[in-house]
Design a protein around this ligand. Structure first.
Ligand code: CA
Length: 445
């Protein structure tokens, strides 16, 4: 696990003034990665690093001469100059850290006027760019690491048996669909599917009437493992590049009818939204904390158990989710936040997800995406899905425009935010993951 170093110093400042603004997601201690180009341009997509309200163009930086004398950082910047970050993700933590430290030095207050002039030429305002997916995602796996979410949902689907007995032993997950992962800002069409209405005996094909979100974090894999070779628990953090915000859109009516016996299928595979910015594990280093389990369980199976994981395997990442209706946006009303929670409540840690995924010899690859599962916390106001917040659609939420919601309506826009803050460390953020719900497209004839 990454040790703290001078790039985490809370009093570090940048000559890029917006990076020093109170409450910015992107101070010099963060330096997350995205894929971008100037909006509407014919430019090629390439890697960038966020600093304040700017993007540092890594392709431009690699050819600028600013990284002369930093061979490893230079090769990492070149690896980040392509239309995906897979090549950078494959390099591993030594190269990622070399690039972070070199970029930190270039952007820190005290850099020479000559350096500032050269680096300034590589900065583009975030307001002028559009983003692509951070990686070519070969495989996407969604876990189920919040015991609170598993229990809340279990009560709705199986009132007599909410938490299945395997939950506290196996990090539950399923293989999702990578081709429908999309970057923040792209809308999502309401899915159609087969649903069995209450009291009926024959299912119908219909637009989803119970469209939901799931508040999750995404994990981008770095160097993978050869088939047949597991990644041990304490080595897992070195195989993780970073984390992003993730909204696992879910069609609850389709899910309820299809999920047994093999789990979700069409209720989940129509779309998953992620934030453009990927926050590195080195940036997150100050925010590791001890695991917190409501049952106090410590006797995990050996490959899922270590002192390091127990004492520092969790991450205190604050998360919130909210929405605007089309009438709220027309009235310039802000996002109505309906849930705030923290990743620290997860029952299974990020390292346990990786160790479990590979224990059978399954090979992970650079750019693979893991979802944490809906990160509901211990109380209902920390529930990461509408299904939980509205108690299965029985208790509607009231929006500031007077409308009510049990599930999402066409035109609703869903926003996720994430950030870390604590005394003695710099506040860092994930930016946003946002997408609007469009009506179902007509069925093809
Ligand atoms: Ca999910």
């Amino acid at each position: 696990m990454t040790a703290l170093n001078h790039t985490h110093a809370p009093d570090a400042r940048s000559w890029v003034a917006s990076a020093n603004a109170v409450g910015t997601d992107f101070p010099i201690q963060n330096l997350p990665f995205a894929i971008f180009k100037r909006r509407g341009s014919a430019e090629a997509m390439r890697g960038g690093i966020a600093i304040g309200d700017q993007v540092l163009d890594l392709q431009a930086l690699a050819s600028s001469g600013c990284l002369a004398g930093h061979a490893l950082a230079h090769s990492a910047a070149e690896a980040a100059s392509h239309s995906t970050l897979n090549a950078l993700m494959a390099l591993g933590p030594t190269a990622w850290s070399a690039l972070r430290h070199a970029v930190f030095d270039l952007l820190a207050s005290g850099a020479s006027a000559e350096v500032q002039e050269q680096v300034q030429a590589c900065l583009i305002p975030q307001a002028d760019v559009e983003y692509g997916l951070p990686a070519h995602i070969g495989d996407y796996t969604d876990f189920y690491t919040s015991i609170y979410h598993a229990t809340n949902v279990g009560k709705l689907f199986r009132p007599d048996n909410p938490l299945l007995p395997n939950y506290c032993w196996v990090p539950i997950g399923y293989h999702g669909r990578s081709s429908s992962v999309q970057v923040s800002g792209q809308p999502i069409h309401r899915p159609r599917g087969q649903v069995m209405a209450a009291g009926q005996t024959v299912p119908q094909l219909a637009p989803c009437a119970r469209l939901d979100w799931e508040l999750e974090l995404g994990v981008f894999m770095g160097p993978g493992n050869a088939p047949g070779r597991a990644i041990p628990l304490d080595a897992a953090p070195d195989h993780v590049f970073g984390m992003c915000l993730l909204n696992d859109w879910s069609a609850r009516d389709i899910q309820a009818w299809e999920y047994q016996p093999l789990g979700p299928f069409l209720s989940k595979n129509f779309g998953t939204s992620i934030s453009p910015w990927v926050v590195t594990m080195e940036a997150l280093a100050p925010y590791h904390c001890a695991m917190e389990r409501p049952d106090g369980k410590q006797d995990d199976v050996d490959y899922l158990r270590s002192e390091n994981n127990r004492n520092r395997g969790a991450l205190d990442i604050q998360l919130r989710i909210g929405l605007t209706s089309d009438t709220m946006r027309a009235a310039s009303q802000p996002v109505h936040w309906v849930c705030q929670t923290s990743y620290r409540h997860a029952y299974w840690t990020l390292a346990q997800m990786v160790a479990h995924h590979t224990v059978n010899g399954c090979n992970l690859q650079p750019g693979d995406l893991l979802g944490t599962g809906t990160l509901s916390g211990p109380t209902l106001d920390q529930a990461g899905a509408l299904l939980e917040l509205t108690q299965g659609g029985k208790v509607p939420l009231t929006l500031p425009d007077g409308q009510t919601r049990t599930f999402l309506q066409d035109g609703d826009e869903v926003t996720l935010q994430g950030w870390c803050e604590k005394p003695g460390a710099a506040r860092i953020g994930f930016g946003e993951c946002q997408a609007r719900v469009l009506p179902a497209t007509p069925t093809q004839t």
